[in-house]
Write a protein that binds this ligand. Structure first.
Ligand code: ZN
Length: 119
């Protein structure tokens, strides 16, 4: 299911969150619809919404949010993107054995850093 965010033309800090589609919008209480007119704003997957919004949306079919657009945070933070991966050759140690383990040297795969950029 997808959500759609609307912004009131009367009050730029008033936002309305509801399910995507005119059907969902027309099912809103008239009192809520009349807080607009509304201009379409963000949309996305309901599953990506912050829990509080998701619960309110499920319970009442809409969420009114009074927040300047710069402060509006609808979706929960995504897990941090991993920038680096452990080097598969030296397993992050940055050194590989040579001469049957008598000595070691900088890992040629990662250049002695211990990590490589994921593909
Ligand atoms: Zn390495």
């Amino acid at each position: 299911m997808r959500y759609k965010l609307w912004r009131s033309n009367k009050d730029k800090e008033l936002h309305l969150l509801c399910a995507e589609g005119s059907e969902a919008f027309n099912a809103l209480p008239a009192a809520v619809r009349h807080l607009g007119s509304w201009t379409g704003s963000k949309e996305g997957e309901v599953s990506g919404l912050r829990l509080a919004y998701r619960v309110m949306l499920a319970e009442q079919g809409f969420v009114l949010i009074y927040e300047p657009v710069s402060k509006l945070q609808l979706e929960h933070a995504r897990p941090e993107v991993r920038m680096m991966d452990e080097c598969p050759q030296c397993k992050g140690k940055a050194r590989v054995p040579m001469h049957h383990g008598l000595r070691d040297k900088d890992c040629p795969r990662c250049g002695g850093r211990g990590w490589v950029r994921p593909k």
